[in-house]
Design a protein around this ligand. Structure first.
Ligand code: HEC
Length: 172
């Protein structure tokens, strides 16, 4: 009865290194292979940066521009798959949603704060943006009370131009 129990004992110590080595070699080859998949890390031209005061822009640059502008900083992990794919995907989707490098084209100076309030402020206030996993890698992107106040004051300081225009349109 002891025979079958001994057999694996004899064979496993010999097999283990070779299987582990094969797995390791396979892993390295796979990892190197992944690096060959092309990743789009382009920063298209900034056509029309958002119309905002410099202090507002500085906050957005810190917290949002890596994913929502054409001025993305591509860190080292954006050059190593699979991190590169995840980052490229966030930037692609982020820019599709909202690109501060094009906002200046959409909205005039007076309209910008109101659209910002409408489209962006909620996602910042709820903590949805910047995306949570971005913060441990970019602590500087965390918005302080002071930053929030600057954004809020900017949004609220302007006259409600858009609302007035809509009202005028409805009246006429
Ligand atoms: C790490 C990349 C990243 C950063 C940094 C980031 N975003 Fe986003 N954002 C995305 C992605 C990806 C989407 C689209 C998918 C989604 O909603 O999760 C998005 C979507 C949005 C949307 C669309 C609506 C919504 O809430 O889903 C708004 C508004 C937005 N972001 C604003 C901001 C603002 C403002 C900042 C800076 C304070 C910011 N984002 C920072 C990646 C990012």
């Amino acid at each position: 009865m002891t025979e079958p129990a001994q057999k694996p004992d004899e064979t496993t110590p010999k097999m283990k290194p070779s299987i582990l080595r094969r797995i390791a070699v396979f892993g390295i080859v796979l990892f190197l292979g992944l690096q060959l998949v092309p990743v789009d890390r382009q920063n298209p031209e900034v056509v029309a940066d958002i119309n905002a005061p410099e202090e507002v822009k500085l906050i957005l640059r810190r917290a949002c521009y890596d994913c929502h502008s054409n001025e993305t900083h591509w860190p080292w992990y954006s050059y190593v798959a699979p991190g590169s794919w995840l980052m490229a995907k966030d930037v692609r989707e982020g820019r599709d949603y909202l690109n501060f490098s094009e906002w200046g084209d959409y909205y005039e100076l007076e309209e910008t704060p109101e659209y910002f309030l409408d489209e962006c402020f909620g996602s910042i206030e709820s903590g949805e943006m910047p995306l949570w996993f971005y913060l441990p890698l970019h602590p500087e992107a965390k918005l302080t009370e002071e930053d929030m106040k600057i954004l809020k004051d900017w949004c609220q300081a302007e006259e409600s131009v858009v609302a007035e225009e809509i009202e005028e349109d409805l009246e006429s």
